[in-house]
Design a binder for this molecule. Structure first.
Ligand code: HEC
Ligand code: HEC
Length: 233
């Protein structure tokens, strides 16, 4: 190859990749408003962001990957554990994470503040971020918790139980949260139908229940997790 040819190849490469980069950047900026649901950015959402800042949740948690890496990313937290889950955890992290080595402080937020936070999390959770950072709560379980879930059965239901944060509130073999009852041997106490009802529509059973109805779970997920629990004899 002559020097001249190398120069032209270099030049053409540089120009075309710069053009591509510029185009992609502009294209992303054009789509930001749509991807981020800017039209749904209400005052309540902004107030929720203020609460998030006031209590320095960002010291430990990330949102869209920004913040501290001590605790789970909260971008898709509503999808993961529902509004009820967030409410319970922020109200009593000490109870929810009993038995966990990583600690979250109870900062005594009011119900109003938690409501605002939920509005903020709901909005941010609907941003199309191409699932980045990846929201895999499986990696967050301790080694012992993972072993329990794995040993109980490598079933799709165990995976749902793990991924949907059920262990934040329910213990299996003494591992997991204490906000809800332990679920060991639940099949001896409840029929599969009752178990399923508890998962999908808990508020019908008990209006004051801390566990909110999980209407966000798909039919397949509900069936799988019910089957998993209905076999815990
Ligand atoms: C000192 C660090 C720290 C601070 C500050 C903190 N958290 Fe946490 N948080 C944690 C840890 C650690 C966990 C995970 C515990 C575990 O899984 O064992 C957690 C878990 C959570 C979860 C459950 C996440 C999931 O996906 O299951 C939510 C929701 C949450 N925190 C909300 C908040 C909010 C809202 C604030 C601010 C008001 C806050 N946290 C402040 C440490 C913190
Ligand atoms: C935020 C905490 C919380 C989370 C997360 C949670 N639960 Fe619960 N759950 C409870 C509480 C509290 C109860 C006790 C009954 C009540 O609400 O009055 C309960 C009750 C139940 C019961 C009935 C137990 C019995 O003895 O009758 C089942 C089954 C159940 N939960 C399954 C699940 C599954 C499956 C998940 C995950 C998809 C889950 N829960 C997530 C808090 C939670």
């Amino acid at each position: 190859m002559t020097k001249k040819l190398a120069f032209w190849i270099f030049l053409a490469g540089t120009i075309s990749s710069s053009a591509l980069f510029l185009w992609l950047t502009l294209d992303t900026h054009r789509q930001v408003e749509v991807l981020a649901n800017v039209d749904k950015l209400s005052e309540r959402v902004v107030a929720g962001k203020r609460v998030f800042e006031k209590y320095n949740c960002n010291d430990c948690h990330t949102i869209l990957g920004f913040g501290g890496y001590y605790a789970p990313d909260l971008t898709k937290v509503i999808r993961r554990i529902g509004e009820g889950g967030v409410q319970l955890i922020v109200k009593m992290p000490d109870k929810t994470f009993a038995g966990s080595r990583r600690k979250m402080p109870n900062q005594g937020l009011s119900d109003e503040e938690i409501g605002r936070l939920i509005a903020f999390f709901t909005w941010i959770g609907n941003i199309d971020n191409g699932d980045w950072p990846p929201q895999d709560s499986a990696t967050r379980l301790s080694r012992k918790e993972r072993r329990i879930v794995a040993s109980t059965a490598l079933s799709p239901g165990a995976a749902v139980f793990k991924a949907q944060g059920c262990m934040h509130c329910h213990a299996l073999q003494k591992r997991g949260g204490t906000a809800g009852p332990p679920l060991d041997g639940i099949a001896r106490r409840r029929s599969p139908k009752e178990i399923m009802h508890s998962v999908v529509n808990h508020a019908d059973v008990d209006q004051d229940a801390a566990m909110k109805p999980r209407k966000d779970l798909s039919g397949t997920e509900v069936e799988a997790v019910t089957l998993f629990l209905a076999n815990l004899k």
